[in-house]
Structures are given as C-alpha cells and as structure tokens.
Ligand binder design. Structure first.
Ligand SMILES: [Zn+2]
Length: 238
C-alpha cells in the first residue's frame, strides 16, 4: 500500500481535529447562568399555592426520590406560581370541586438551575420531555404547573392514561389508549384548565402553561429566596 502523501496526511489530521472538536462541542456542559432576554417584563410576584386554596394538595415529586432524577432536587415540598396564574388555578380548582375533584400539584415555579440539571440528566431521544436551558422553561417564569386530579371522596389521585413524568406516548394529551374513564378524567382536567387561560403542553397531559407566560422573566431564585424576598403570599384568599 502506498504511504499517504504529505497533503493527504495533513487533511487526515485536520479531519481528525475537526471531529474531535465537534464531539467536544456536543459533550460540552451547558451554560451556567440563565439566558439573557431582551425586552421588559412584569415584576414577579410568586405566591405559594396552598396559601390561596386549602383544597389544593401537593405531591412535589422533585422534593423526593420519587422522580426521574432519583434524588431530591428541591429542599422542600412547596409550589409557587405568579399571582395571576395562581388565581386562575384556584378558579379551575373551584370548578372541579363541583364535579367531585380536587387538584394535586406536582410542580409549579422551578428555578432555572433545576431545568439545567434535568436537561443534563435526560438522554437525547427523550429531550422533548424537558426544556432546553438555553431557552428556559415556562416553569422558570412561574407560569407553568404540573398537576392531576384527586377524588374528593377517597382523597386519592385518580388514574390517568399514563403516569406523571412518564416519557412515553401515553403522556400525550391525545393518547387514545388507557380506559375510557382515564381519558375522561384527563379531558376533564384539560377543560377546567383551559377555561381559566391555561394551555396544555401536548406531549404531557399534566403540564399547563398560563397564557401570560411571555410577560415574566426566567428566574433562578430558590424557594427560600422567594419567601425571604417578600414575595410570600400575604394569606389573601379568593
Ligand atoms: Zn411541566
């Protein structure tokens, strides 16, 4: 076999270096700080949901080992939303109460650094289930909520067509499998939320964005900073 010419060798080395750079870029750590956004935003007013409505229940999986992360990522089981979104959620809760159901919240406001962690932990083929930290999540703006229904008589969460945070097609809002009753409950939750200005994220039956999410900045405050910063709910009930 002929030895590669000097030119050929040079181009081989260049190709190798280029590929090495590409793979380095692909494996590079994502940014350390939230993305900077242009424009003006509303001042955040994150309120603690259970302070507005005692019927709301919490099942904050990210404060436990019982999530796809496998360890707690929140120091406490709390849920916050921007006030208009929180008040809309309370109205949805009241509507559902008349039909025999309450709302169980899995997650509300999420600090940006947690979104970055989720991104890093999620394999490439499942990334549609997590927000890209380069763009932030609507949870980071305090305008997205993950939730399900519970039965007011039994106090138990209802059975939906798929589990919370399940990264399969069963999570899609239009998934046609499961039982008729599971689909009815999923659609009941959707109707109550949509009536109050929330839109479902179609790949996830449990995730709802409040209509004004664009008006709020991406935040990276911890729960304790929210409370210490005076954004604590003042106990006002609707
Ligand atoms: Zn969500």
């Amino acid at each position: 076999m002929k030895e590669p010419s000097k030119l050929k060798r040079t181009s081989l080395v260049t190709t190798f270096l280029f590929c090495a750079l590409l793979s380095l870029a692909a494996s590079a750590k994502v940014q350390d700080t939230p993305p900077k956004e242009e424009g003006s935003f509303r001042s955040p007013e994150l309120v603690e949901l259970v302070k507005l409505d005692r019927m709301l229940r919490l099942d904050i999986r990210y404060a436990t080992k019982n999530s796809f992360v496998g360890r707690p990522v929140y120091p406490s089981a709390r849920a916050f939303l921007q006030r208009p979104a929180a008040e809309a959620l309370v109205r949805a809760s009241r509507t559902l109460r008349k039909q025999g159901f309450g709302l169980t919240v899995f997650d509300g406001y999420r600090p940006w650094h947690v979104t970055r962690l989720f991104w890093e932990l999620t394999p490439a083929d499942k990334k549609q289930f997590v927000a890209d930290p380069a763009r932030g999540s609507r949870h980071n703006r305090g305008c997205a909520v993950d939730l399900t229904l519970y039965d007011l008589r039994t106090r138990k969460q209802v059975s939906m067509p798929g589990e919370y945070d399940e990264m399969t097609e069963r999570s899609h809002i239009n998934y046609a499998g499961g039982t008729a009753e599971q689909r009815r409950l999923r659609d009941l939750l959707r109707a109550a939320m949509e009536a109050e200005g929330f839109a479902v994220y179609e790949p996830e039956w449990w995730h709802y964005d409040y209509k004004d999410w664009r008006l709020y900045p991406i935040l990276n405050l911890s729960f304790s900073e929210i409370v210490a910063g005076g954004m604590k709910a003042k106990g006002k009930r609707l």
